[in-house]
Design a protein around this ligand. Sequence first.
Ligand code: HEM
Length: 556
Amino acid sequence: MSLLRDITVQALSFVDKLIFWLALIPIIGIAMYIVPYFLDPLGLRAFPGPILAKFTIGWLPWVVSQNRWSLTVNRLHQKYGIFVRLSPNHVSIAHPAALSAVYGYSSGVTKAPYYDVFGDFRAKNLFNIISRTEHTRKRRIVSPMFSQQSVRALEINARVHHNNLVSQWERLYSYVKQAEKGGIREDKLGASAWRVEDGRVWFDCMPWFSYWSFDTIGDLAFGSPFGMLSAANDTVRVAKSVKASLATFGTSSNAGEFGFETEEMAIEKMLSERGHLISILGWLPEYWRRIVQMLPAYRFGTEAAPKMAGLAVAAVGKRLNNPAAREDMLNRLLDARDENGKPMSPEELSADAFQLIVAGADTTANTSCATTYYLARDQRVQAKLQAELDEALKSIDSAVAPYDAIQNLPYLDAVVNEGLRLYTTVGAGLPRVVPEGGLTVLGHTFKEGTWVSVPIYRLHQDESIWGENVNEFYPERWIEASGDRKKAMLDAFAPFSMGPRSCIGRNLALMQLHIVLSTLFHRFDFVLESDDPLHVQDSLIRKPKWCMIGIKSRKL
Ligand code: HEM
């Protein structure tokens, strides 16, 4: 009898506790989400936006996780106008005048803690440094190597990789001739599957642009390409243990060797899954980041972090073991000294190397692929570009277009600009924190601590600026527009952002885009396998998932 009473008492006390904890959930919810909304410490309640975004920081990362970041923000601005609240503390401002107000030199903003996740080292790199003073110091070290003059000097080294790309595509095209003589009609070259049909060779060009771009950055930055183009695959050697490898830096006597344990890693999947995961994590506080990284869906992206770090460590380590190497970007970082005369630590060197690889290679590859897609889809534009290239290159006897011969071609310039506009490789609003004293944008003063951003994709898709054919790939708009209309277009055009945190690699990217597009479109004729829209992974760096093309040689 007493046993029964004890069990009943215990059960009741368990139920009481359960009720108590369940009752806490709405109370915690009210305290965390509803109370701040009504207290409105940043004075943002008047700004329109999705209801969930006003209450929780979880809404935006959820949109990013659904691969709908740029498109959703674009749609919200179409619905609500210039200002849209994207989270309890973050307002997106879609207006060209907001670009200089937020990102300009005098705004005083800093990059938001969103950027903390962009770098897999403890040391900060140029891209994710928050402190303005530290950033200015590092930018001063790095910027001379990206001046127009320095970039022009890099053309000769970059040319090798343009040449390799063309040679590999010529090789792919040679299978058409072989098939006509009874040879096989489909196979793989390295990791790239191809097939012959209708007098063309068909393949996915996205990985090829990555091979080319990564090899080029590897060579320009560390004096040694990754070897992706020649192997036709994205496998690279990465340091097995970052910590152990950093400790051996510069101690190996085998010039050009790693001097530490390495392993093979396929870089494309690693980059895209990691890029997607950190684009989500950046919006979350530290404790949420830890939880999300434990979710099975993001296991690969989480495990990729040390591998990505290992990629940079391997590139830097190998280069340090070769002091006689040609002058490259790493030289500049090696020569840099802080205010106490100390050189950069191995980890800081690797962090900067890592950022050069990711910011430089992936962006250029994705933009080249997207522009190729638009040109292959629109035969009229492609033919017009080819006519201009044929004329400009008629007396040039080399597979690769020299930059001197093509840098001022009006239609090519328009094609490059239109690709950068319509695709918008970095499409998101890049978040900044309002400094002490507030920030006034278009007549609204935002309080210290508010996050603000200007969505580049939206600016590039605004019908009131670009006209009714805003969704069309129409290079002529850059030639036909003049006066106020042209000014409005240029004011809203920000593929490389602007101000002190704008893209440092802009000159290099533009040279690379001009050369690769003119070389390939002069040499080959392109069509798409299907007119389907380009499938894009909509992370901070927007990445085409694939792009199936059919090419044939234009050589008579
Ligand atoms: C088409 C190609 C490219 C596009 C569209 C692009 C776009 C951008 C954008 C929009 C930013 C600002 C990011 C932010 O504020 O969060 C940026 C920053 C940066 N980019 Fe690029 N980029 C390209 C190519 C390159 C290349 C080739 C390099 C170097 C090899 C490079 C290196 C960097 C670096 C280091 C930063 C950070 C600069 C700083 O914070 O001071 N980018 N890029």
